[in-house]
Design a protein around this ligand. Structure first.
Ligand SMILES: Nc1ccn([C@@H]2O[C@H](COP(=O)(O)O)[C@@H](O)[C@H]2O)c(=O)n1
Ligand SMILES: [Mg+2]
Length: 289
């Protein structure tokens, strides 16, 4: 039914259950569907040309508008906190305060750099960021079928919006909740707006105050896309969810984290830099019979 599910990168713990959910999503059609997706390392690529692709934070951290000292400090933070973020042996209770610490320290350093709003577009153009292969078909299919795409990101909203704008896929069905910067009258970064969103608080605790929360409630079939265990709670709090298909990109430390991902996500895509499987499923669901 979806030939892409035969790809070597695909792992599924309960294939019959997954086939059942996909069949139901197709029967109930696009009108009941929404896609909730993480951004960094889910819609954007993890690897490019043998190296790590930048996250929306990394794009700023390594840009020319950040001093050499600032770049070094931000890199040190990444090297200290990222292994904690992805450690499968630490509990959420341990990780959460450390993630708040990471984001807070990184945002403070970025504010010290007096980044200008007008520089963001050029910073993105000069970066190595890449959306996953097949991104155009993904955004186009959702737009054409009026399926809302809700991007829920602990990255930097201003940067990720610019990435999808430059890729010419920031359509009217796309809504973003993320960490946004605030600028003074001269267009200089003064602070990041609250609430702070980090990897492990992506749930209704930060969604409740947003316009999008109401819209989320009306589409009760969900395809959830993520790359972190923290992304699994992105649909929590949406009342009356009928069917949910969770697709997880397992990008890093694959062997070590496979077990936990297979338990948590319905479909796990291992070191797969494409949106082929997601596009195949959407094609199947959205094509009229
Ligand atoms: N200072 C930071 C903080 C976080 N990250 C990475 O950003 C990603 C979070 O954004 P999502 O769109 O995936 O929610 C996550 O992968 C962190 O590792 C960073 O690079 N720098
Ligand atoms: Mg991510």
């Amino acid at each position: 039914m979806v030939p892409e599910l035969e790809k070597a990168t695909v792992r599924i713990r309960q294939p019959e259950r997954v086939r059942g959910i996909i069949r139901t999503l197709r029967e109930q059609g696009g009108a009941k569907l929404q896609v909730i997706s993480d951004f960094d390392m889910t819609l954007s690529r993890f690897g490019c040309n043998g190296r790590r692709c930048p996250t929306s934070h990394n794009i700023l951290d390594t840009s020319r508008v950040v001093s050499e000292d600032g770049r070094k400090k931000l890199k040190d933070l990444l090297h200290y906190y990222y292994p904690i973020e992805i450690d499968p042996n630490r509990t959420l209770e341990e990780k959460c305060p450390l993630m708040v610490e990471w984001w807070t320290r990184a945002h403070e350093l970025l504010v010290q750099q007096k980044i200008r709003k007008d520089d963001i577009a050029q910073i993105v153009r000069e970066s190595e960021v890449m959306l996953r292969d097949g991104f155009k078909e993904f955004f186009d299919q959702l737009h054409k079928n009026s399926v809302p795409l809700f991007i829920f990101s602990a990255g930097v909203g201003d940067v990720l919006e610019e990435i999808i704008r430059q890729a010419s896929v920031f359509y009217s069905n796309v809504n973003v909740v993320s960490n946004y910067m605030d600028f003074d009258d001269d267009g200089v970064l003064t602070h990041f707006k609250a609430p702070l969103i980090h990897t492990y608080n992506k749930n209704n605790s930060v969604l409740q105050g947003t316009d999008y929360f109401q819209q989320l409630s009306t589409r009760t079939n969900i395809i959830l896309l993520g790359d972190s265990m923290g992304d699994l709670t992105m649909a929590d709090g949406i009342p009356s969810v009928e069917n949910i298909l969770k697709i997880g990109f397992l990008n890093d430390k694959v062997e070590e984290r496979r077990g936990k991902y297979l338990e948590a996500y319905d479909i796990v895509l291992e070191s797969d830099e494409t949106l082929d499987v997601v596009n195949g499923i959407l094609r199947y669901i959205l094509t009229e019979t």
